[in-house]
Design a protein. Structure first.
Length: 162
């Protein structure tokens, strides 16, 4: 029995779409499994099993910082994380641009809640490789994970690990 050319193309197209769909669902499931949330007392953390990083993920994890001097803001943000006692840990630090960008894009793409997202924290601070400060957009000022450069207004989200 001969298969017509149009029927063959239809079967091939459906097969391709189904395969792509399976791949996309598989990747989404893997990313969703990548993050786990844990509450310790009143503090919630989000752990990334791929990077080994743990992030503050409560209202206390977002401290809005304002000012005119970027060096002072960097000092305030660094000190906020260094002095933070959260979820039974005191070894928090300010995130790098790479770390913050990956967190924002991976969680946003997979609908994972980052509890600190509020108007005062539409951007989160991150340290560049030259030790200067920048901010990364959250979904409040999407697209998430974009280096917007301007550090005002922005909040601080602390991380631990590596």
């Amino acid at each position: 029995m001969a298969i017509s050319k149009s029927l063959f193309l239809s079967i091939a197209l459906c097969s391709t779409v189904l395969t792509a769909g399976c791949t996309a669902n598989s990747a989404s499931t893997e990313t969703a499994k990548r993050f786990s949330s844990k509450t310790v007392g009143s503090d919630t953390v989000l752990t990334d099993s791929t990077t080994g990083l743990t992030w503050t993920n409560s209202a206390q994890g977002c401290k809005p910082l304002f000012g005119d001097d970027p060096a002072q803001t960097l000092t305030k943000a660094t000190n906020f994380c260094a002095d933070l006692s959260f979820a039974g840990h005191s070894d928090w630090r300010l995130a790098t641009v790479k770390e913050m960008t990956e967190l924002e894009t991976k969680t946003d793409a997979n609908g994972i809640s980052l509890f600190y997202k509020n108007p005062k924290c539409a951007r989160v601070l991150a340290v560049k490789s030259d030790k200067s400060l920048t901010s990364i957009s959250t979904t409040n000022k999407g697209p998430a994970g974009r280096d917007v450069g301007n550090i005002y207004p922005a909040g601080t989200r602390c991380v631990r690990g590596k």
